[in-house]
Write a protein that binds this ligand. Structure first.
Ligand code: HEC
Ligand code: HEC
Length: 328
C-alpha cells in the first residue's frame, strides 16, 4: 500500500512536470510515430509513407486568423472544460480518449476521421457530417450538450482536424483510424478477473473507485466511471471499443503490454460500473436497452452483482457494486 502511494506520487509528479494532457508521453509511447518532419512550409516529402499518414508538426501552425482558429480547436480538444464549458457535463477532455491531442494512431486520431466523413452511422441511422459526429462525442462521451452547428466551438474543432489532415487522401480508410478492434476473446470476458487486473494495473492512476485523480485542481488521471465520466450512450461503454482502446493505449506509456484476454476482462469490469444515464433514456431501462444497446458488448440493462446497470432507482454514482464495498 505504502509502495503504491509512493509510486503514485512519482507518476503524478512526472505528469505534472510535463504536459498535463500527456501529449508527449503518449506520442513517445507510439511505436509507429516517426521523427517529426521539419516544419518547412514546402510539402517536400509527401505526408503518406510506409509508416502511414503523418500529421504536420505541432509547431507548424501558421500565423494569422486561420492559424488562430486551428489553435483554438487544439485548445478546446485538450482543455475542453475550459474552452467549451457550456457543452461539457463531466471532467473529461476530448484528448483523454483521443490521445496526443488527436494525433496518435490507434487512439481515434482526428486526421483519419476528417477524411472519412460524411459517413453513414448505424448509431443514428443516417449520414453524419463530421460536425454531427463531434456533436455525438459532446453529448455522450462528455456527458454534455451538443454545440449547435456553426458554433465557434465546432468551427474551431473542424479547422484543427482539417489542418491535422492536410495532404491526406479524401475518403481513404487511413491506417491508425479508430481503435483497432481485437479478435473475439478466447474465453468470455470475466468481471472478477477484470477486477484483479484493474486493481493491479489501473487503480494506481485511475483510483480504486474509478474516479480519477486531480492535483491542484487540475485533472491528471481521468475518471473511468461514476458521475464525472462518460455516460451510458458513449462509445467507450461498449466493451469491444474499450477493450481495443485499452489494449493499444493502457496502462499509459505501456500500451500493447496487456494480453488480449486481460484487455477484454478489464474492459468488461470498467463497463460494468455505474455512470450517468443515457440521454436517450425513455423511462424504461429495458426499452432503452432494446432500442439503443441491443448488443452483446453493452452492459446497460444487464444485472451485475444484483444491480441493474442504468437503473434510475440507483443513484447515478458508482453505487451498488461489489467493488465499492471492496474499495472502502
Ligand atoms: C500511469 C497512469 C495510468 C495507468 C496505470 C492507466 N491509465 Fe488509463 N489513462 C491515463 C491517462 C493520463 C489517461 C488520459 C490520457 C490523455 O489525456 O492523454 C488515461 C485514459 C484512459 C481511458 C480513457 C479516458 C476515460 O476516462 O475513460 C481509459 C478507458 C483508461 N485510461 C483505462 C485504463 C485501464 C483499464 C488501465 C489499466 C489496464 C489504465 N487505464 C491504466 C493514465 C493511466
Ligand atoms: C470517453 C472517451 C471519449 C471522449 C472523452 C471523446 N471521445 Fe470521441 N470517440 C470516442 C470513441 C470510443 C469513438 C469511436 C472510436 C472507435 O470506435 O474506434 C470516438 C470517435 C470520435 C470521432 C470519429 C472518429 C472516426 O475515425 O470515425 C470524432 C471526430 C470524435 N470522436 C471527436 C471527439 C471530440 C471533438 C471530443 C471532445 C468534445 C471527443 N471525441 C471526446 C471516445 C471519446
Amino acid at each position: 500500500m505504502r509502495r503504491q502511494a509512493v509510486a503514485a506520487a512519482v507518476v503524478l509528479s512526472l505528469c505534472l512536470s510535463g504536459d498535463p494532457s500527456f501529449a508527449d508521453n503518449a506520442s513517445a509511447a507510439a511505436p509507429t510515430s516517426p521523427p517529426a518532419a521539419p516544419a518547412a512550409a514546402a510539402p517536400a516529402s509527401p505526408p503518406m509513407d510506409a509508416a502511414g499518414f503523418r500529421p504536420p508538426p505541432k509547431d507548424s501552425i501558421p500565423p494569422g486568423p486561420y492559424g488562430d482558429m486551428v489553435k483554438l480547436g487544439r485548445d478546446i480538444f485538450r482543455e475542453t472544460g475550459t474552452y467549451a464549458q457550456d457543452f461539457v457535463g463531466n471532467k473529461l477532455r476530448c484528448s483523454n480518449c483521443h490521445l496526443d491531442a488527436g494525433r496518435l494512431p490507434g487512439a481515434a486520431p482526428l486526421w483519419a476521421a476528417w477524411v472519412a466523413f460524411p459517413a453513414y452511422r448505424a448509431k443514428n441511422k443516417h449520414v453524419n457530417t463530421f460536425a454531427e459526429r463531434m456533436q455525438g462525442c459532446f453529448r455522450f462521451s462528455m456527458n454534455g450538450k451538443a454545440p449547435p452547428l456553426g458554433d465557434k466551438v465546432l468551427v474551431a474543432l473542424q479547422t484543427y482536424s482539417a489542418w491535422l489532415a492536410r495532404g491526406a487522401p479524401v475518403g481513404a480508410e487511413l491506417p491508425g483510424r479508430g481503435y483497432p478492434r481485437l479478435a473475439k476473446p478466447a474465453s468470455a470476458p470475466d468481471y472478477m478477473r477484470g477486477q484483479s487486473i484493474y486493481q493491479a494495473k489501473c487503480a494506481l492512476c485511475h483510483g480504486p473507485t474509478g474516479q480519477g485523480q486531480s492535483a491542484g485542481g487540475t485533472l491528471v488521471f481521468p475518471p473511468l466511471w461514476g458521475n464525472e465520466s462518460f455516460n451510458w450512450g458513449a462509445g467507450m461503454q461498449q466493451v469491444d471499443a474499450a477493450a481495443a482502446f485499452i489494449k493499444r493505449n493502457m496502462p499509459l506509456g505501456l500500451g500493447g503490454t496487456l494480453s488480449d484476454q486481460d484487455a477484454w476482462d478489464v474492459a468488461l469490469f470498467v463497463d460494468s460500473q455505474e455512470r450517468p444515464q443515457d440521454p436517450r433514456f425513455n423511462g424504461s431501462v429495458a426499452e432503452t436497452r432494446q432500442k439503443f444497446h441491443n448488443s452483446p458488448w453493452s452492459m446497460y440493462g444487464e444485472s451485475v452483482n444484483g444491480h441493474v446497470l442504468g437503473s434510475p432507482t440507483n443513484p447515478d454514482s458508482p453505487a451498488g457494486q461489489s467493488t465499492r464495498g471492496a474499495a472502502r
